[in-house]
Design a protein around this ligand. Structure first.
Ligand code: F0G
Length: 449
């Protein structure tokens, strides 16, 4: 039996003009800005009628419950989520992801210690599941039969899975040839109608925005404020894992910029509600070839987004016109975080270093370690500080990248070929041998030396 508390009552509010909006909208009808979910009752009643100390205990206790919602690392935090009836909840038992120490990566970055919250350990292999369980459940509760997203591959994999579990139909728009095969295969496996459009992610978003105007299809891109609410739980869970002692820094990859927004919103709420007494600095790292937020902050102080024509091998964050840039900017400012960009070779090196710790992640996640190295060199992060990298996707999400890296041909024929020579010591090419015991023993002996 699920443990019940009072339901939180949520509202949608425009991040620009502050007007409230209807529950199934994505942009403000007055100023077209994005919407966010607020909980007006919290100030007077507290969360679910309970205080921070009782909730901390309740959320932990739910982990030993047999109820599906309690076992989910998202729904066990339901007091900080919009009200959704338990019968409508679609869950794959997402969340509850590990926090790992990365001692070798710490050393390589010049830190005394370093931790990674591995959101790639979610059911479909990326952090998207935490948001998708909330938004897909809302879609079902609101009576939609179809859901849709434009994606660089992870949102689509996640949406397809949750739609299938919830008996909804799903439509996926992805850029042709610019997402990894494993992500594409997931959305096929889970039964989505999958369209590879001959454009990039930003082009897919433009097409989808018009499709949802014409058809009764519910948009599950990250402009959907319910997705952001679900993604907040990663930060609550992280703080729970740290016994509610905030780290000094949280470092997040930046693509469409919803995840940084969600983590920042969670931290803001935790502080307002008395769960923590200070905010960690949230820093966002982008690939040099997909750096609209970095350029926007450096070139016009965050006044107006500078969209770019994005290109990076970290295909998950190959995004030039990020929807949630204003939300992310607010988080960076409020928490005193930084933005940084990293090169393709720096990403590849960081990914190999994380892999060599037995953890692994996809290239887009590795920007966090590459970015940390720069922030340490700049003195923004101090060697003794407590840093958590958010690893967003599983290593198997892009096995092609890993294989090419280790075979040494990731950068062949690219402008980075000569720079990439520094990666050689990290490369472990597969060895093809005769099926002979002597050959293998000989190899082991030489590896020992
Ligand atoms: N890391 C991974 C593995 C991702 O898949 C994404 C985004 C990000 C980081 C960036 O997160 O967009 O919230 O800033 N992937 C989206 C997708 C765009 O369609 O799967 P963000």
């Amino acid at each position: 039996m699920a443990i019940q508390t009072e339901k939180s009552v949520s509202q949608l509010r425009c991040i620009g003009c502050g007007e409230t909006a209807l529950a199934d909208r994505f942009r403000c009808e007055h100023c077209r800005d994005l919407l966010e979910i607020i909980y007006p009752g919290w100030a007077e009643r507290g969360l679910g009628g309970l205080n921070a100390a009782s909730l901390k205990q309740l959320w932990l206790d739910r982990r030993s419950s047999r109820d599906a919602a309690d076992q989910s690392g998202v729904w066990r935090f339901r007091e900080i989520l919009p009200e959704i009836s338990q019968q409508q909840v679609i869950t794959l038992r997402e969340g509850n992801t590990p926090l790992y120490a990365l001692p070798h990566c710490a050393q390589s970055a010049g830190m005394q210690q370093l931790f990674a919250k591995h959101q790639g350990m979610n059911p479909t292999g990326s952090f998207k599941d935490t948001g998708m369980t909330v938004a897909a459940s809302f879609a079902r509760q609101a009576g939609y039969r179809w859901v849709a997203c434009a994606s660089t591959g992870n949102t689509s994999a996640s949406m397809a899975a949750y739609a299938a579990r919830g008996g909804l139909h799903s439509l996926v728009l992805i850029p042709d040839g610019k997402i990894s095969w494993s992500k594409l295969s997931q959305s096929l496996d889970y039964g989505a109608i999958t369209c590879q459009l001959k454009t990039d992610f930003d082009g897919c978003v433009r097409v989808l925005n018009e499709v949802v105007e014409r058809m009764p299809v519910y948009l599950l891109n990250s402009v959907n404020p319910y997705r952001v609410e679900g993604q907040k739980t990663a930060a609550f869970e992280l703080l729970e894992q740290l016994a509610w002692e905030p780290p000094d820094h949280i470092i997040v990859p930046g693509g469409n910029l919803a995840n940084s927004s969600a983590i920042g919103k969670a931290l803001r709420e935790m502080k307002e509600l008395g769960f923590i007494s200070r905010l960690p600095k949230v820093s966002v790292i982008q690939a040099e070839g997909a750096n609209p937020l970095v350029r926007t902050i450096r070139e016009n102080g965050g006044e107006k987004l500078i969209p770019v024509q994005a290109d990076t091998m970290a295909t998950a964050i190959r995004i030039g016109n990020p929807a949630s840039w204003k939300k992310a900017l607010r988080v960076i400012r409020e928490t005193g975080g930084a933005v940084e960009q990293v090169s393709e070779v720096e990403i590849a090196m960081a990914k190999a270093e994380i892999g060599a710790e037995g953890i692994g992640c996809e290239p887009a996640s590795a920007v966090t370690l590459a970015g940390l190295k720069k922030l340490v060199k700049q003195g923004f992060v101090k060697p003794h500080e407590m840093v958590v990298l958010v690893l967003t996707g599983h290593a198997l999400k892009d096995a092609d990248f890993t294989l090419k890296f280790h075979r040494g041909d990731l950068f062949t024929g690219t402008p980075y070929e000569s720079e990439s020579k520094i990666l050689k010591p990290l490369q472990r090419s597969p060895l093809v041998l005769e099926p002979s015991v002597d050959a293998v023993v000989e190899l082991l002996r030489s590896a020992e030396n």
